[in-house]
Design a protein. Structure first.
Lengths: 218, 218, 218, 218
DNA sequence: AAGTAAACGAGACGGTACGTCTAGTCTTACC
DNA sequence: GGTAAGACTAGACGTACCGTCTCGTTTACTT
């Protein structure tokens, strides 16, 4: 018997299915180990032991430490993807900055993020994984914030979609880069004062450097 | 390794004089190994072999891999500390951005910088070493650029030295962060177009946001 | 392959019966793997794959590698259990020696026999299995040869059955032991010359050392 | 013993010399592990732990389990190389048989000997190692026993050295093979009764089957 | 024709050991 | 005392098999 229509899912594959509990346990164990040990002391064997799982089960799912950690950390970033409307561009950006900083202050992300980025400089597959699992999702916040600002009339609509995408990339690099650099390289706190000053600089720049806003609102 | 001529140096004690050649050879070997292997595959034994030196000699001078690599890449950053006056703030900043980006494109820095930063999130001594060897030296460029812009009348003089330092830190985090993020996380080229767009955003922000800060409450 | 017709076996057991083809395929695959890989490199998974069978099917039938191999090589020994009458004790023993040696020269037995014997030094059940599947069957040849020699008058009849059994064991250990040692430990060929010399020594000893010499001495 | 004059190697080699204590500790640990666990359960890691040594130290000296075990049991065989003169060929042979059997009854040899022989069927280097470390040394006992018997007039002198060597090989295979087969395959005790019966068979065969003894005794 | 029970293939699972690699230390002889 | 060479302990690496366990499917012998 064949599945009548959508043959994609079903249980088609033979053999024992992979345990979904194991996936969750491994990712949780990875995060716990990151908090306790940091990236460089984290070992696959230790993660397996914490998850109550054999090492082979890890390697069946992830190619190595980097891939595992990316997925483990990605889950944390997912939790911060909602962006309440604070009423103004300045307030929205401040909000994003502080939420992103709060994430970077967590020991599991602080120690892991730079490490996987470092690893990715030599591994294109890993870089793609980081991008799709972490970076691109955060970028949606930039797009959302811009739309709102445009709706409010704080920012002009950009006619050319290529220019629009390029600007979004630029703004994302500026926000994410500045926060990361402040938090991890300069090792100074990203507190509300800093967020306000940084956002003021950025918003002023946006208003002044982007083409004139259209006369009419929406 | 042959000492170039007869005796290396003239001291009453035996043993000491090998140092200078060994230091340079080790640092050069470290950079070469970084280019070929990247941070994670670089090993102390390999560096020692490339430098024609015993592992003992490495450990007598550096505490570990991270320390060695920081010193090895720090030398590269030193070479970029001069800042020719391009005549305007916009041109000066573009120049800094492109020079910094050129440095980050080099394989030995690309792979090493994020790695030692990651390592430093758990090691204060290492963070201090990175700061003094790399970060703080780059920051002088920001101070120099601001002075020139103030002298040209492009930026106001900041009365309060605390605010002035805070602003310098902010600008430095924005510039360095954005470039690093663009180059290593987004993995897009930092080309003159991007540099111009980024600089325009920053300079516009500085002009609009700086003038009236000190007595702000809000 | 389908069972030719009607009911193949006659079992009251419910459920699907075990596949007899699988048994044969597994034993053949085991022998093939022994030839190619030798005992220590032979793996259950490989045997299963060669036999076109799942690992579970192996373990449903045999407890482990040793048991499987014993059964796989036992079949080879069965094929050599007929002993043509060569007309004299000397000729009969030479024949047995050469046939046994021919078996030991086969790569699948050469590599497997010592290995399972080694394993059996710590496993009584395995030793019993080897004994009943291989050793005891060969011993019947000794008994048969003695009977013939006695019928020919070459050897005396032994009155005491206990002594008779003990002598048979001794002769079996001498023949099998010498051939095995020559072939596997000394690693020298068991050729007709050696067989003749060895048999001469043994037969002379039997004639001289057994209790009652036959009517004709030497 | 110290090489008083002709220094074999000197310490010419640079670097730290290998620890002789480690060698002894490893071999002793291997024998202990053999007694407790047997060949198949013995692991390199366990031996290293027992010896208080890192695994790398084992692998620096031996290529694998087989090589290590051969060397470890070879030492035991060395201890049995003296052969007191019991006054007659029969007594000498009985003595050898019982001493050899005593060695085979020891758990470390029982489990190891067959295993390394099995392994050697696929590894010529290993077979050579077994030969030189164990087999050939035992063969000297056969040569010694024959010399004594010839001196006593119990056995004839063999004129042709080739024949003499061939006979020694044959006798060795018979003795060693029979004892090993009795002890390990038949798994019956090699007690004085069996030794006497076996020796009687062998000695009678030797007297009858070898060429005429020289007319004069001694 | 439907039901039942075992065997079957596939492959994931918890384990254990493998043999290799690297870090960082220690020991030797030389200079 | 500094050095080159290399042995040392400690422990992670990623792989290979082990023998067991699910799965979903197939194949007989009942009812």
């Amino acid at each position: 018997m064949n599945p009548p229509a959508g043959r994609t899912s079903r249980t088609g594959r033979p053999g024992r299915p992979r345990s979904p509990e194991a996936d969750l346990a491994i990712l949780a164990a990875t995060r716990a180990a990151l908090v306790e040990l940091g990236w460089s002391k984290l070992t696959m064997g230790d993660v397996a032991a914490r998850a109550g799982v054999a090492k082979t089960t890890l390697y069946r799912r992830w190619a190595g430490k980097s891939e595992l950690v990316v997925d483990a950390v990605a889950a944390l970033f997912d939790a911060h993807l909602d962006l309440p409307d604070r009423g103004s561009l300045q307030a929205d950006v401040e909000d994003v900055v502080l939420r992103f900083a709060a994430l970077l202050e967590r020991p599991e992300t602080k120690t892991a993020l730079m490490a996987v980025v470092a690893e990715s400089t030599r591994d294109d597959a890993l870089r793609a994984r980081i991008r799709s699992a972490i970076v691109d999702r955060q970028k949606t916040l930039v797009l959302l914030g811009r739309e709102r600002a445009q709706a409010r009339g704080e920012l002009p609509y950009e006619a050319d979609p290529v220019t629009a995408a390029r600007n979004a990339d630029l703004i994302f690099d500026v926000i994410a880069g500045a926060v990361v650099h402040r938090a991890l390289v300069s090792a100074e706190p990203v507190d509300p004062d800093w967020a306000r000053a940084f956002t003021a600089l950025l918003v002023a720049g946006l208003r002044a450097a982007l083409p004139q806003p259209p006369p009419e609102g929406r």
